[in-house]
Design a protein around this ligand. Structure first.
Ligand code: NZQ
Ligand code: ZN
Length: 388
């Protein structure tokens, strides 16, 4: 196995109940024009907007607002933000919200001064690197799941082309700083909370189900998965359990800040399928992943049997004594399914607004990949039909 990697992550994380107190000193590192980017209004309802604006004013910043960044942010919203950046000579994009707001901020930064005639094709289809001037980003995270607060991921939906595409930018587009206070996540509705939790779980599994080696990453991922399972139960019982919400928040960051993927090949096919599901239905990302994962893993487990046995034993404590490998692997997948159902996550595409006519369109437009098994469009259609 090839164990080559460069690990570099420039994002400063400021974590805890008092973390917003550090915003002013972070703002002092940047110029005076700030684009305050946020979503549909949750930050106003929880009182965070007023606090942030007050700190920006104290820091003598000119505030330009980009409101209404939608879940599954669109390329048109990115272009709107890029215009604001150019017109107001923005020095810092302050993204306050969940993964959608942060992903959109990175895309705006990449597109604002792009020399490309068609940034969509350049960055989300051809995955060209961004080497021109970008605008620094700071984040205040309010919804846990994506890991966008400490990575270069930017998942954007092109509505005209019916494509939802993710790309991972280099370190110049990672947030410069991210402020994480678990208390700001208490108001996230249960549906969104568990969607984010399954997103974390999926990030960990997409990196785990690959290879035949015994990589340090496999041990890290098993630990993170166990921590996530325990704390999900606690957070579901008491959404204001600070310790549980803190564990989940930091777990999400670690799951996708590229650390656990070092030296490992990875899968990511569940995400590829979900992205096209999202392009057609605009569903909550983690709920789409939850519905797709069970039929996906049932299809691929025979090709990575030993890893699925390890998953069952190490993550779900399944006693394999005297059992065939196949039945241990299936017990592990059943335990995952039980977790999905008991946490209130989605198990069918129908619940997410999918129609039967959409299934072949989603299957045909999904990028092919997979690690243990290389998927075909027909395989994807079979998976979609199974969870429809
Ligand atoms: O828009 P507002 O009003 O803020 O409401 C949001 C939104 O409706 C709400 N919300 C956020 N914080 C809240 C809150 N409601 C109450 N209280 C709060 N404190 O939650 C809803 C969902 O927010 P969103 O940002 O869309 O969720 P999430 O963080 O799950 O982000 C999903 C997007 O990230 C992409 C997904 O594909 C999807 O487009 N991803 C990004 C990745 C990355 N950058 O690395 C990786 C992931 O795999 C994923 O693909
Ligand atoms: Zn995800």
């Amino acid at each position: 196995m090839k164990f080559d990697f460069t690990y570099y992550n420039p994002t400063k994380i400021i974590f805890g109940v008092d973390s917003l107190n550090h915003l002013e000193e972070e703002l002092n590192r940047f110029g005076s024009n700030v684009l305050l980017a946020y979503g549909g209004g949750s930050i106003k309802r929880i009182g965070l907007y007023d606090k942030v604006v007050e700190i920006l004013k104290q820091s003598h910043k000119n505030i330009i607002e980009l409101a209404g960044i939608m879940p599954n942010p669109t390329y048109n919203k990115v272009l709107e933000g890029a215009n604001l950046v150019r017109n107001h000579r923005i020095d810092l994009i302050l993204a306050v919200g969940g993964g959608s707001v942060i992903d959109c901020a990175k895309a705006i930064s990449a597109c604002a001064y792009s020399p490309e005639k068609d940034p969509w094709n350049a960055y989300w289809i051809d995955y060209k690197p961004v080497s021109h001037q970008v605008v620094p980003i700071g984040t205040i995270l309010t919804m846990v799941g994506t890991g966008s607060e400490m990575n270069g991921g930017s998942v954007i939906t092109n509505e005209e082309e019916k494509l939802k595409k993710g790309r991972v930018f280099s370190a110049n587009l990672y947030p410069s700083f991210s402020i994480l206070n678990p208390e700001w996540t208490y108001s996230v509705p249960k549906y969104q909370m568990v969607s984010g939790i399954f997103d974390i779980m999926s990030h960990l599994m997409e990196q785990y189900f690959s290879g035949t080696d015994d990589n340090v990453s496999d041990y890290l991922i098993e630990g993170l998965l166990k921590n996530l399972i325990v704390n999900t139960k606690k957070a579901l019982q008491n959404p204001q359990d600070y310790e549980a919400r803190s564990n989940i928040m930091w777990n999400a960051t670690l799951a996708l800040n590229t650390l656990v993927g070092c030296g490992k090949e990875q899968d990511w096919e569940v995400h590829s399928i979900e992205h096209q599901l999202g392009a057609y239905t605009n569903c909550a990302h983690g709920m789409g992943l939850a519905a797709i994962s069970i039929p996906y893993y049932k299809m691929i487990y025979p090709y990575g049997l030993d890893k699925f046995v390890r998953f069952a034993r190490e993550v779900w404590n399944i006693d394999g004594e005297g059992k065939a490998k196949e039945s241990i692997a299936l017990e592990g997948i059943a335990a995952l399914q039980e977790f999905i159902v008991s946490s209130g996550m989605t198990t069918t595409l129908r619940e997410l607004g999918t129609t039967e006519e959409m299934l072949p369109l989603i299957a045909e437009s999904t990028d092919l990949g997979g690690y243990y098994k290389s998927l075909t469009h027909a395989d994807i259609l079979k998976i979609l039909k199974e969870c429809y």
